[in-house]
Design a protein around this ligand. Structure first.
Ligand code: SF4
Ligand code: SF4
Ligand code: SF4
Length: 172
């Protein structure tokens, strides 16, 4: 499977999983889907170009973070650009997402890969040697900032994200 393919599959899985929490841009308020007009100002403001708009069942297409395009620096430019209150700059540091590594990890299958560990600046990912040339990734949720760099880098699409706090908004 190519890297492009695996990233596309990762994104597709993230967006289409029933009742999966939605990864709105940093600073998203609990009433995000009521406040957001889908104007796109946040997409245009993001220097990393990691925001996309995903059509919902009704109404305008609203923004989501897409880590297949890159990682978030938490610069807050998206929230600063939002004039409706759907994104709040003060809430950017409250980013609720933490990475997890799934069973499709190449290293778990005995293929040498440390791409996520190399990419993770806070050193939240370590590997534990196993039998048969395999190594199991372990991720420290206290160190993980949820930046998405590991997901962007992983050639197997093996990184997914969970919310630390209960989901405020889900796919219907
Ligand atoms: S915080 Fe910055 S890098 Fe992250 S989505 Fe917003 S504008 Fe883009
Ligand atoms: S700038 Fe605000 S209102 Fe416009 S699409 Fe982004 S979150 Fe929605
Ligand atoms: S999301 Fe960022 S901080 Fe968390 S494990 Fe991945 S690269 Fe490290």
């Amino acid at each position: 499977m190519t890297t492009q393919h695996s990233r596309r599959n990762f994104l597709r899985g993230q967006l289409s999983r029933p009742e999966a929490p939605l990864m709105r841009p940093p600073g998203a308020q609990a009433r995000f889907s009521q406040l957001c007009t889908g104007c796109g100002d946040c997409l245009r403001a993001c220097p990393e170009a990691i925001l996309i708009r995903q059509p919902g069942p009704s109404g305008p297409a609203l923004p989501l973070v897409d880590f297949s395009k890159g990682a978030c620096t938490f610069c807050g430019a998206c929230a600063e650009a939002c004039e409706t209150g759907a994104l709040c700059p003060e809430a950017v540091p409250e980013w609720p997402w933490t990475a997890t590594i799934t069973d499709t990890c190449l290293s778990l299958g005995g293929i040498a890969c440390r791409a996520c560990e190399d990419a993770c600046e806070p050193r939240a990912i370590r590997f534990r040697l196993m039998t048969g040339g395999r190594a199991a990734p372990t991720l420290d949720p206290e160190q993980c900032t949820g930046c998405g760099e590991c997901a962007f880098t992983c050639p197997a699409g093996a990184v997914s994200f969970e919310q630390r706090a209960p989901a405020t908004e889900v796919v219907r």
